[in-house]
Design a protein around this ligand. Structure first.
Ligand SMILES: Cc1cc2nc3c(=O)[nH]c(=O)nc-3n(C[C@H](O)[C@H](O)[C@H](O)COP(=O)(O)O)c2cc1C
Length: 734
């Protein structure tokens, strides 16, 4: 079944049962306190479990003349019903001394109220039916939830591997449901069972004894303390024992043990009848204990927490659904007439939102653009340009709107030639970054009539609007259109601007490879760490640009900037004078913070990617092992950072610095070559729970990841994803 079917089933089940589940779970939390409260009453006697039934009865009979019955409840509390002054009295007793301990616990009104609401909503039979159905739906919700988590995590074997955080509600929903799913499944199933029992859909069977009254003997007479069964059965096995009603031989001891019922001749102690409880009875008891937690504090707490989690999961689950972008598409141009066809592979709807920006812009430019999902692929008679924009899910799999794309692509061969371009939306936090986009690109390359406009897939990490718009502008140039996408407010992050003062700046004449460093002081104390991003908007109506921050001191940061000849932001930053104040905001990038616990870290960067690492190395006051691999063009390229690196090596905050220069020798050397060369040492870092951090271009990231994968295969016999999931590989590439 496809992911979307599971997701919709999960949602519909949750919506249809939400009110009942809310009532049942809140009352369930209240009811989970009752068994804990009961169990904590002082009626449990240590050492009593070792007593035999014969000893227990002897102790009680010695204290009371007329005993009617002795019982033991789920808490292990022993009670007796005796006649005192011609009146029946029931109370808890000490089975060793026979002392009266206290009155039988009565259900407090709050528990009585909660029980009625929980079982039947005070609606008697219809209420019981609703609650029974809600339990069944809860079971299906839990099962579909398990499937969804397994799919999201990339297989059941990775069920408990770390969850990629996309937003608060989604993260909490997945993390907490993994913890409470098992108790919820048990609660739901036992609830269904108890409802079926109540409606007699599971027939309750009762024990009936056949007694041969004519053959009951009074000889050989034995004292009850010598009855075999009473002597050999421990008290812990007892549920209750009813004494003979009279001295007639036809009256007997009725003994209910945990697994059977026995009738004992009161004179000889011979069993008159012995019957094991039927499976249904035992199953019903188990269902009751599992559902109510009676008799165990630990299970009651688990059930209480499970019940408490239900409203929380409902809340976060609905939040996930309502936060999901709307995905309805309205086309004004019929597909037969469209020159531009944009196909989207999306699951959560964000990719579609981005695609809609391009579609609207094309329409605004008077172009015939048609927007559809990848699974709507068909014959497009006038198509000249196909743009496929797709997310990746699972382990590099298609999102739900692109599952049939491959089949459809082979089925509907276009008559006219056309150009195609593929944009991949994904996240470098997942092991198979944008893999489905790469596969789609490969597929299109072998499709008749399809010609690549841009051979490479353009990847967009973590919905970076900047990365997307860069591609859109480049694509527009190739097709002769001036595409300038503007970030819709709904995609804009809410960030608070702070004033930053320029403390230091590489002078234009000192720039190497068009790169310069800016040292900035934040004057109103916005908190940031190395690896967080500085968002700068170079002019009103312009898109933000993000720069990775290196924290040099409290409120002092550095950014490493590559000037692009036409780059609005890089040129804006370059012309800032020392002492100038400008406005920017900090965007948290928690996944790219220096690891707190790792003793050894490998940092890999090219060009300006070194920026955040400068801050991380500076903060390494504990002198943990840090190895920095850096790729630049020539030795000259290092000039900007050299004083810093030399200083760090001298102070011990950096252990080794290994550069790769691509233009100093005839044979080009890149960081991935260094990684390959030092594979064994890097494997050791990963094995010792150390961390590898990568910052720089996506192209470099791809090569380095390939090398890391080979290192993991060769030295560690594990897939790279194993370390990615443990956050031992951290990346921030652009
Ligand atoms: C369950 C799940 C699995 C994902 N798996 C991958 C993956 O394997 N590779 C990748 O690059 N991105 C992966 N992503 C990230 C998405 O592709 C990315 O967030 C994308 O922007 C989602 O677009 P959509 O909202 O249009 O579906 C995954 C996201 C989720 C929620």
């Amino acid at each position: 079944m496809t992911l979307s079917i599971w997701r919709y089933s999960h949602l519909i089940l949750a919506v249809s049962s939400s009110l009942f589940l809310l009532v049942a779970s809140i009352t369930g939390v209240i009811l989970s306190v009752e068994p804990i409260n009961n169990k904590l009453q002082p009626y449990s006697i240590s050492n009593a479990e070792g007593l035999s039934l014969a000893e227990t009865l002897a102790n009680i009979n010695a204290r009371y003349d007329d005993v009617i019955s002795v019982s033991q409840d789920q808490n292990g509390f022993v009670s007796a019903t005796v006649i005192i002054d011609s009146k029946n009295e029931s109370f808890y007793i000490d089975p060793i001394t026979g002392d009266k301990l206290g009155p039988i616990i009565e259900k407090a009104p709050i528990y009585q109220f909660a029980t009625n609401l929980h079982r039947s909503l005070f609606l008697k039979t219809p209420g019981r039916l609703f609650i029974g159905l809600a339990s069944l739906l809860l079971f299906f919700i839990a099962v579909s939830g398990i499937v969804l988590i397994a799919k999201r995590q990339g297989g059941i074997q990775r069920f408990f591997s770390s969850v990629v955080r996309e937003n608060y509600a989604q993260y909490q929903h997945v993390v907490y449901s993994r913890i409470v799913l098992i108790p919820i499944v048990i609660l739901a199933l036992s609830g269904v069972y108890l409802s079926l029992l109540r409606f007699q859909l599971i027939p309750e069977t009762f024990i009936t004894h056949e007694i041969d009254f004519d053959n009951l003997q009074e000889e050989p007479l034995l004292d009850y303390t010598n009855f075999e069964l009473l002597k050999n059965t421990p008290l812990s096995e007892l549920r209750d024992i009813e004494y003979p009603f009279s001295e007639f031989v036809e009256d007997y001891y009725l003994i209910r043990l945990k697994n059977k019922e026995v009738l004992l001749n009161q004179y000889t102690g011979a069993p008159i009848s012995e019957k094991k409880y039927p499976m249904v009875t035992l199953a019903s008891e188990w269902a009751t204990v599992l559902h109510t937690g009676q008799g165990t504090i630990l299970w009651s707490i688990v059930l209480g927490l499970g019940s408490l989690a239900v409203p929380f999961l409902m809340f976060t689950g609905f939040a996930v659904y309502f936060k999901r972008p709307k995905t309805n598409i309205k086309n004004t141009v019929p597909k037969e007439k469209a020159r531009f066809v944009i196909l989207v592979g999306s699951e959560g709807g964000t990719t579609l939102q981005y695609a809609q920006l391009l579609h609207s812009q094309l329409l605004a430019l008077g172009k015939k653009s048609y927007l559809a999902m990848m699974d709507d692929y068909t014959t497009f008679k006038s198509m000249e340009h196909l743009v496929v924009i797709t997310a990746t899910y699972g382990q590099g799999e298609a999102p739900s709107s692109a599952i049939k794309f491959e089949t459809l692509l082979k089925k509907h061969i276009q008559k006219q030639p056309y150009h195609f371009s593929v944009v991949g939306f994904g996240s470098t936090s997942y092991p198979h970054f944008c893999e489905f986009a790469y596969e789609t690109n490969k597929l299109l390359q072998t499709t008749p009539k399809a010609n690549a406009l841009i051979a490479q897939v353009h990847t967009v990490n973590d919905r970076s609007f900047e990365a997307y718009t860069n591609w859109a502008t480049a694509w527009g140039n190739l097709v002769g259109l001036n595409i300038r996408l503007t970030k819709p407010t709904k995609l804009a992050e809410k960030s608070h601007k702070s004033p930053f003062i320029v403390l230091e700046k590489t002078e234009a004449q000192d720039m190497i490879d068009d790169t310069f460093l800016l040292t900035l002081k934040n004057t109103n104390g916005a908190q940031a760490n190395s690896g967080d991003l500085l968002s700068i908007v170079p002019g009103s109506g312009e898109q933000e640009r993000l720069y990775s921050l290196g924290k040099l001191d409290d409120n002092i940061f550095t950014i490493s900037v590559k000037r692009h000849p036409e780059g609005l932001c890089s040129n804006y930053l370059l012309q800032l004078e020392k002492g100038t104040t400008f406005s920017a905001s900090v965007v948290a990038n928690k996944n790219f913070h220096f690891p707190k616990k790792a003793k050894k870290t490998v940092l890999i960067a090219t060009g300006t990617g070194i920026g955040p690492f400068l801050g991380m190395i500076r903060s390494n006051s504990r002198k943990n092992e840090i190895h920095l691999y850096w790729g630049g063009r020539t030795e000259d390229s290092l000039k900007l950072y050299k004083p810093f690196i030399d200083n760090a090596l001298e102070s011990g905050s950096l252990t080794t610095f290994i550069p790769a220069y691509s233009r100093t020798q005839t044979e080009k050397k890149y960081v991935q070559h260094l990684i390959k060369q030092d594979g064994e040492q890097i494997a050791k870092v990963l094995r010792k729970k150390g961390c590898v951090m990568i910052c720089g271009s996506i192209a470099m990231q791809k090569e380095v990841l390939n090398e890391l994968q080979s290192i993991c295969n060769r030295y560690l016999k594990k897939d790279l994803s194993f370390y990615q999931n443990r956050k031992q590989i951290k990346m921030d590439c652009y």
